[in-house]
Ligand binder design. Structure first.
Ligand code: FAD
Length: 592
């Protein structure tokens, strides 16, 4: 069976020495008490809870799945108890405002927690992810009355939250949402319609479920600008704020899925369901996006969690399984059977896993820490710069980390050989659980379009130009550092490639949009590899001159990344420049 141990040492290394949390958050009133010591304590406590309570439910939750009986969804054995422990420990409100009973700690810590949860039990991690999203939306856009009634109970985990966007005809294209809302004349609305694929839409872990629903008012303009957001509770709160009368929202079905079996994925029907407007009329998409953007970083961390889990299980197996003999050098006698970890090809797999996981962790935590700065720093310019970085990195963290989750889950199976294909080892569950992360919260194709069609253009290219310039500044500063040349030089070559690619994609956006659309995914991959390369260069610099097993591992993995993975950037460039001619040459009906 697969196991999970939180990589506490690496998490702390990234937070303290690469992200530099203490310095980064200095000057932010809300985080005045946050120190490296406090962060260390939180990370260690989280690790204990997750290793002890969530990891043991991963395989059993997958086997058992959720079941629907008379409209009630039952989660697998142990899940309600795990939710109780999670909530009572204050983990659901870790980074939520103290005003509503949260701990007010940095968002980046909630993302460390998300990585751990997803590595230990991906299905469970979805319930807190969606609940945090609902808290966020209410805090930013809800009326004082809605906040007073719902926020404290969502923050405490007594109640859970959902995001209800998708309908059968409205997936990536939310302009097609049809669910209707009508003003009831008493400050409330009545909602009618159906949503599909709603995570946590019904379950038995919390005493009430609070749905945030996209719907259309009768006078709404057509398309994306005519959608509003409503809060619809499963139970209407009574005069004391406790769950009262049952509302007209019901779970008609739960989906049978490829993975994350313990996360309920519900078809929800709204029949004259009572709801309240959140934010302004017709602003639903914009408001939903304030929470979706943070949720996208969260999904990236779900990908990262799977990268870590697959990697540590693969390494443990490779250090246990003996097969084959080393490739004999001329004149040497054959030796005994060795650990598979002694074979260069197995090492190739293990180093790829380590390089993507540890490099990806820097991307994820840096984006999350920047989100803290962007939300709370007193200085306008600092906030704006941090927001630019978050905006640029969101599609990269969401798409690249979740693609890496799939790739590494597959590599993990490969390290196990045929045993990886067998259920009891747990490696195939990672493959099944990882797959969803590339699909929801905007498919990875949509993330690539967001990067290319929105983020490259935003503020006249300021986001990408600033980021590429930051990397150039690092490279110039390290030019004389011979011990780092092994990575600084290829990083510079990759940077040159990305500068040219960025210009060409940007040009195509104006003159040949299909060419830009055709380049988008490969461009996202190339920029992500550059970003991970930059992360490895900084990790290598941080441990330069240290003689510990940790430092040796970092430096060797940095070398591996620089020589074997970073050059993939140059392989992607021809595809970025290829245009859309072949892709769009055939009429759609000739594809069949
Ligand atoms: C297990 C699970 C849980 C989910 N949880 C939730 C939830 O809690 N709440 C919720 O509201 N939804 C949820 N979803 C829905 C999920 O967000 C959607 O499935 C996703 O947004 C994609 O929509 P779709 O499935 O309709 O695919 P489509 O939009 O039909 O996309 C199909 C393909 O076309 C591509 N494509 C579509 N439009 C474009 C475009 N403009 N440019 C380029 N490519 C494009 C996509 O990238 C994809 O490859 C969940 C789905 C699943 C499977």
């Amino acid at each position: 069976m697969a196991t999970y141990k939180a990589p506490v040492q690496d998490m702390q290394f990234v937070l303290e020495r690469i992200v530099g949390m203490e310095q980064r958050l200095a000057g932010i009133e809300r985080f005045s008490e946050v120190s490296d010591d406090l962060v260390r304590g939180v990370v260690e406590e989280a690790a204990k809870l997750i290793e002890g309570s969530l990891a043991p439910l991963n395989a059993s939750g997958d086997e058992q799945g959720c079941r629907l009986e008379d409209g009630q969804v039952y989660t697998p054995d142990g899940f309600p108890e795990a939710w109780r422990l999670f909530s009572e420990g204050g983990w659901s409100g870790l980074s939520q405002s103290e005003e509503y009973g949260g701990q007010g700690l940095p968002f980046v810590l909630s993302q460390v927690l998300m990585e751990m949860m997803a590595g230990a039990n991906s299905a469970f991690s979805l319930y807190p992810l969606l609940t945090a999203g609902a808290c966020e939306a209410l805090e930013k856009h809800g009326s004082a009355e809605l906040q007073a009634t719902y926020s404290p109970k969502l923050v405490s985990g007594q109640w859970s939250g959902t995001m209800c966007l998708t309908e059968p005809q409205a997936g990536s294209d939310l302009a097609q949402v049809k669910t209707r809302a009508e003003d009831a004349g008493d400050g409330s609305y009545r909602l009618n319609g159906g949503k599909i694929f709603i995570t946590g839409g019904e379950h038995d872990m919390a005493e009430n479920i609070i749905h945030l629903v996209l719907a259309r008012l009768p006078d709404a303009p057509a398309g994306i600008r005519g959608i509003s957001m409503f809060l619809v509770p499963k139970f209407l709160p009574d005069a004391d704020g406790n769950p009262g009368e049952r509302n007209g929202v019901n779970c008609a079905n739960i989906e049978k899925k490829m993975g994350i079996h313990a996360a309920s994925t519900c078809v929800l029907n709204f029949d004259d369901a009572v709801g309240w407007l959140v934010g302004e009329e017709h602003q639903g998409i914009q408001n939903m996006f304030t929470m979706m953007n943070l949720a996208r970083l969260g999904v990236g961390n779900q990908g990262l969690g799977i990268c870590e889990a697959a990697t540590q299980n693969a390494i443990a197996y490779a250090l246990d399984r003996k097969q084959g003999r080393p490739l004999a050098r001329k004149g040497e006698a054959a030796t005994d059977t060795v650990l598979i970890a002694e074979h260069p090809d197995v090492r190739r797999m293990l180093f790829t896993m380590k390089a993507f996981t540890e490099g990806g962790r820097v991307l994820a935590y840096e984006a999350a820490a920047s989100a803290d700065v962007a939300a709370h720093h007193p200085d306008d310019e600092t906030r704006q710069k941090a927001q630019d970085f978050v905006d640029l990195m969101t599609p990269i963290c969401k798409a690249w980390l979740t693609d890496a989750g799939c790739e590494l889950a597959g590599t993990g199976v490969q390290v196990f050989g045929g045993h990886g294909f067998i259920r009891e080892h747990g490696m195939e569950q990672f493959v099944r659980d990882a797959r969803i992360n590339t699909l929801y919260e905007g498919t990875n194709g949509i993330q690539a379009m967001d990067l290319v069609a929105r983020k490259l253009k935003l503020h006249n290219g300021r986001l990408i130009n600033t980021y590429l310039d930051d990397i150039a500044t690092f490279i110039s500063a390290e030019k004389g550092n011979d011990a780092l040349a092994f990575i600084v030089q290829p990083l510079g070559e990759a940077l040159d490639g990305l500068r040219e690619a960025t210009e060409r994609v940007r040009e195509a956006l104006g003159s040949a949009p299909d060419d830009a659309g055709a380049a988008a995914y490969d461009y996202l991959q190339a920029l992500s590899l550059l970003a991970v390369g930059y992360a490895w260069a900084r990790m290598a610099r941080a441990v330069q001159g240290e003689d510990t097993a940790f430092a040796r591992s970092k430096l060797t993995t940095a070398r591996f990344f620089a020589r074997r993975l970073l050059p993939r950037v140059h392989g992607l460039l021809p595809a970025i420049y290829a245009g859309a001619d072949e892709l769009m040459a055939l009429p759609a009906d000739e594809l069949a």
